[in-house]
Design a protein around this ligand. Structure first.
Ligand code: HEM
Length: 181
């Protein structure tokens, strides 16, 4: 994955647990780089190793970490570094979700070699919808939950998010039911 993801993991851990904790995580994960270049592509393994090491060092389970990382991504990184991209994507939570299937094609203008996730939104009624998340990467379902939570918070929208399907074949297909309160 592009280095901006590892950069954000580093930022999240340093902001929440301090720089010393980050150093311990980095060393435990066997990562030599002391910083990451946002435009360089790193092995996915580095990202997964960092998350696994953080879970052990910080005594937080992987899903809780990924979920808080998803929120951090939206509320801190996207807000501060990709404000324009986010603004174009909608004026409210539902609008943002409607255009989510196209979102990473715009991201591709900045990061052309991205291997993006794919999304499909199915309306159930005025208050609820299903969001299908397809990925070549396995194990990032809780990251998505955190991203959706972060987006809801960004738009001051209260909702329940429930994972209703989790199917792993050659790819991962997870379905979330989102219900506005
Ligand atoms: C703020 C702007 C955003 C940027 C610049 C961005 C960029 C990226 C990049 C570079 C990757 C790594 C993939 C790779 O390098 O091959 C990634 C992965 C991912 N992004 Fe985004 N993204 C953004 C917003 C979002 C939003 C709003 C969502 C969903 C609500 C999302 C969902 C994901 C997921 C789930 C992955 C994990 C990769 C996978 O599942 O295969 N991203 N994104």
């Amino acid at each position: 994955m592009y280095g901006l993801i590892n950069q954000a993991i580093m930022g999240h851990i340093s902001d929440s647990f301090g720089n010393d904790a980050w150093e311990k995580v980095r060393i435990k994960a066997g990562v030599r780089d002391e910083f990451f270049l946002s435009n360089k592509i790193y092995e996915d393994e580095i990202t997964f190793d960092l998350v696994a090491a953080a879970s052990e060092i910080l005594f937080v389970d992987v899903d809780t970490l990924l979920r808080s990382f998803g929120k951090y991504w939206v509320l801190k990184i996207a807000k501060e570094k990709y404000a324009k991209l986010m603004e174009y994507a909608g004026n409210n939570f539902i609008e943002f979700m409607d255009q989510l299937p196209n979102f990473h094609s715009r991201v591709m203008l900045l990061y052309p070699e991205i291997i993006p996730p794919e999304f499909l939104k199915e309306k159930i009624d005025e208050k609820s919808f299903l969001l299908h998340y397809y990925s070549k990467r396995i194990g990032l379902g809780s990251f998505m939950t955190g991203l959706i939570e972060g987006l809801a918070q960004m738009y001051d929208t209260e909702c329940d998010i429930e994972q209703v399907e989790n199917e792993i074949t050659e790819i991962s297909h997870i379905v979330y039911k989102v219900t506005l309160k």
